[in-house]
Structures are given as C-alpha cells and as structure tokens.
Ligand binder design. Structure first.
Ligand code: SF4
Ligand code: SF4
Length: 493
C-alpha cells in the first residue's frame, strides 16, 4: 500500500521522441475556452504550450527543499504533454525523491532511460507506471518490439505497469486484432477515450454506443459539473515552465511553485466545468477519500460520520446509487420455473445479461399461455437484465432504463397486490426513477416497498434503504439520509 499525503502531477516539458497524430500537443488554442462546453472545450485548449521546447533539467536540491517545507509524503508523477524520460536527470531525480516520497509515470516506454530507471529505482516507491502504447507510431518507427521488451523488464522488476492506447476512431476496425496481438505477448491492452477532433467531429462526445463498446470505454465519469473534487486540496498540477502549481489543468489559479512554496487549499471544490478529461478525484480515489475524511466533506455530522462520508463521497463521485441491483432475481422461485427460465437465471447470475435477455424473450414467445406469476417473474428478469446493461452503457443508458421500467410495470399488472414479488418491483422502479432524476416517483416506490413485510427479503430491504439514503443525501435531507443509510447497514449480513 502506498501511503502518501499529496500528489503533484508534473508536466515538465513538451518534447517527445514520437509524433502521434492525436497528440494533445498538436492542438492549438482556437477559441476562448469560456465559450465552449463539454468535451469540445478540452479538445480546443492547447494545454501544454508549444511542442519541442528545450528539455532542461530538474533542480533536485530546490525540489527537495520545497517538499521538506511542505511536509508530509508526496507522490510526484511525471506526465502529460511530453515524454518525461527525455528529461536528462530524471533517473537521478527519482532516486533522490524516492528516498522519502513516491513517483509515478506516464511514458511511451521507448526512451533509452527507461531501462536505467527499471534497474535502479525501487518499484515499491513507484505508485503507477502507465506505459502508453501508441501502436501506429511504434509500427511506423519499428519500435513495437522495443516496447514489449521494456514492458517485460518492468514487470520482471515488480513495477505496477499497465498498457493503454488512445481510442482513436481510425483504430476501431483493428481494436480486437491489437488486443489479441498484445495479449499473445502477455500484455492486456486497454483503450482510453480520445479527446480531440477527427473528421470534423468532436470526441469523445461523438463516439457511438457501438464504438464505445468496441473500445470498452466509458465517458460518463468525465461529466463533473458540481461534483466534489480534491484538485488543489491535496493534488496540484505543475504545468508552466516556471514551475507554477495550479489545482488542475483547467483551474489555473496559482497555489504555489515547485521550487518555492505549496499552499494547498483547506476545502474541497465543486467542479465548475461540464466536462473534465482527467477528473483527479477519480484518478486517485485514495487521496479523494483522504480529503473527504480530513475536510469533513461539505458538512460535518455528529453521528454515523465515517459511514456518511463514505456514502457522500460515493454520491459526489458518481452521482448515482451503487446498488448491485437485482441479483435476487436469479434465486427467485427456482422450483416453479421451467428449465429455460432457470437457464436464463444462471446466465444472469454469471453476468451474461444479453444471453439471459434472449433466453427469456425466446421462452415468452414460444410459451404464450403462462400463468400470471410466471409472466411476472419473466418480466422482472427482463427488467433486471436491462438495468444491469444500463450500468455499462452510456449513450443508450436512458433507453435501457425506460425499457426496464416498462417491464417492471407489466410485471406489477400480473401480480396480486399482496405478492412479495412486488417488493422487487418497487425496489427496481425506485432505482430507475432515481437514475432518471425523477426523485418524487423514486421516493414513492421506495417507500411503497417498505410497506411489505420485508423481513425475509433482506436483499431488497438493503436496496430500498440504500436508495432512500442516497435520495435524501441528494436532496440535502441529511438526517433522513443517515437514518436510511444506517438501516441498510443494520440489515447487511
Ligand atoms: S508519445 Fe505521447 S507526448 Fe509523445 S507524441 Fe505521442 S501522444 Fe504526444
Ligand atoms: S473534475 Fe477536478 S480536476 Fe477535473 S476540471 Fe473539475 S476540478 Fe479540475
């Protein structure tokens, strides 16, 4: 476990040994950021100034003085606009920094110095080593083999290394082929969203659902307006050539200098931007949690405090509930159901939701004369699959939720009012309305669910209390929120 108090995210220079077509550093400032919103804003900002500035060296004694003055333990990560292993004294600086602190890297892994780093620096002092895999550029320069060799070297030495490529639209047709190629070479390849313009379209907003699925990327977490962030509280970015530190790349208020003093804020902020390419609270959940606990979040409470902070942090970070939804359906009334539906329940239990959906739909179409309860069970199964799928989807999320809502409503029509299956329906509808931001209806269904004799239905009870707790927090009814959240804890086995 890495134990540090603060993180400095240092974009030291803009020089690079590669020349990727999608590189941020190619983008020029074309419009004033204030007029742009969402992903377009990010793609128009020249975050890192002109490329190919001279790579000067790190002033190691001055850096050590700054860290000593600030106190605590730091994670210093070298990342952003250029290749950090072009800094002439980067290995020496890391050897000094890691005597007390930690380091991290975003690198293209094909500079000579990376091998020296792997052999000299203690891997336990390296929080992360993100090896960006710029496939087309490596192929163009004949460097793919070198990347793979270096990756193995870092793994052999015990570094926490991973590989990611940019989900650039021209790579769509080859994404699977590249995944398989690197997998055969022992490397799990991940795709990250592309931020920028391609063929007149702004990304990541222009990805279709199918494209998001091909790259297996989720952009929902980048919409941050109004959410709590610890940028500037225990995280700072060092962007300027003169070493000035800002809370994040978008908020350029000066909070110190890497060769001077660091004046972290004493409160968390709510993100002023619609869209953030690099939400720092999500990049480092450990520091975000620490910040929430130390600062007391938005308010302080007298009771249930630790748990409340957990819930609050979760809400602020995701702005959604985290119900592991409706797994109880896979256990429901197994003895009463025909083998096809039991088979679908197994698929559901394993997370194969599309297979489960097809199984139930096939069963319903070939067996129209079911009794009402069996039909209701099938509808609840379909709705549960759609809710699960909605959690993975971004563009089609609302569509999945609306279809799930309709199935839950159909199921309710088939059931007698005293049937305990209604509890699942209330819990499901409450959750869906919460997601759809219809809080009045969410509260109606969740409270209706509590009217049933729930003792035997612990899973549903926990879902209902958790959802009600989240709803209250969202509405600012904190005392009620604490009450419901603690009730959910009480019923957790
Ligand atoms: S390796 Fe990174 S910094 Fe260098 S050109 Fe490619 S995207 Fe830009
Ligand atoms: S989410 Fe955090 S890091 Fe991103 S723009 Fe907002 S305040 Fe800055």
């Amino acid at each position: 476990m890495h134990n540090y108090d603060a993180w400095l995210h240092w974009t030291f220079n803009n020089s690079c040994n590669l020349n990727c077509s999608y590189c941020f550093s190619h983008i020029k400032l074309q419009e004033k950021p204030g007029r742009l919103k969402g992903p377009a804003l990010f793609s128009r900002i020249n975050l890192f100034g002109r490329r190919n500035k001279r790579s000067c060296v790190i002033d190691i004694p001055a850096l050590k003085n700054t860290l000593a003055r600030a106190g605590g333990v730091f994670n210093i990560s070298f990342t952003g606009g250029g290749e950090p292993f072009l800094i002439p004294n980067v290995v020496q600086a890391c050897l000094e920094i890691t005597r007390k602190h930690y380091v991290g890297f975003n690198t293209n892994l094909v500079c000579k110095k990376v091998r020296e780093f792997a052999c000299k620096v203690n891997p336990e002092k390296v929080v992360f080593f993100h090896a960006s895999l710029h496939i087309k550029e490596l192929e163009r320069l004949g460097l793919t083999g070198q990347y793979i060799d270096n990756f193995y070297l870092f793994r052999k030495h015990g570094f926490n290394i991973d590989a990611s490529e940019v989900g650039y639209p021209p790579l769509l047709d080859e994404a699977d082929r590249y995944r398989s190629f690197f997998k055969e070479n022992g490397i799990e390849l991940r795709f990250d969203p592309f931020f920028g313009e391609y063929e007149g379209r702004q990304y990541p907003g222009s990805y279709t659902q199918e494209e998001l699925e091909i790259f297996n990327i989720n952009i929902d977490t980048h919409y941050r307006k109004g959410k709590l962030c610890n940028a500037g509280y225990n995280i700072g970015v060092v962007l300027e050539e003169d070493g000035n530190i800002s809370p994040c790349i978008f908020i350029r208020e000066r909070i110190g200098n890497i060769y001077g003093r660091i004046n972290f804020r004493d409160k968390l902020i709510r993100c002023p931007l619609d869209f953030c390419a690099c939400p720092l609270s999500i990049c480092d959940p450990y520091l975000f949690k620490k910040a929430i606990e130390e600062s007391g979040g938005v308010r302080k409470f007298n009771s249930g405090r630790t748990y409340l902070f957990e819930v609050q942090a979760q809400l602020e970070n995701k702005f959604t509930t985290s119900v592991k939804s409706f797994s109880q359906w896979s256990l429901e009334s197994q003895g009463d159901l025909p083998p096809q539906v039991q088979h679908a329940q197994l698929a559901f239990k394993d997370g194969r939701y599309q297979e489960c959906l097809k199984g139930i739909e096939g069963f319903l179409s070939t067996n129209p004369a079911l009794d009402s309860r069996q039909k209701a069970l099938c509808y609840i199964g379909l709705a549960s699959c759609l809710v699960e799928e909605s959690q993975r989807a971004s563009v089609l999320k609302q569509n999945y939720l609306n279809r799930a809502k309709a199935y839950f409503e159909d199921a309710a029509k088939e059931l007698k009012s005293e049937d305990p299956l209604n509890i699942s329906i209330c819990s499901g509808l409450g959750y869906i309305y919460l997601q759809l931001k219809d809080e009045d209806r969410a509260a109606f269904y969740l409270k209706k669910g509590l009217q049933y004799p729930l003792d035997k239905y612990q899973k549903e009870l926990i879902d209902i209390y958790t959802n009600l707790g989240c709803l209250c927090f969202r509405q600012g009814a904190f005392r009620q929120g604490v009450k419901y959240s603690l009730s959910s804890l009480k019923h957790t086995p």
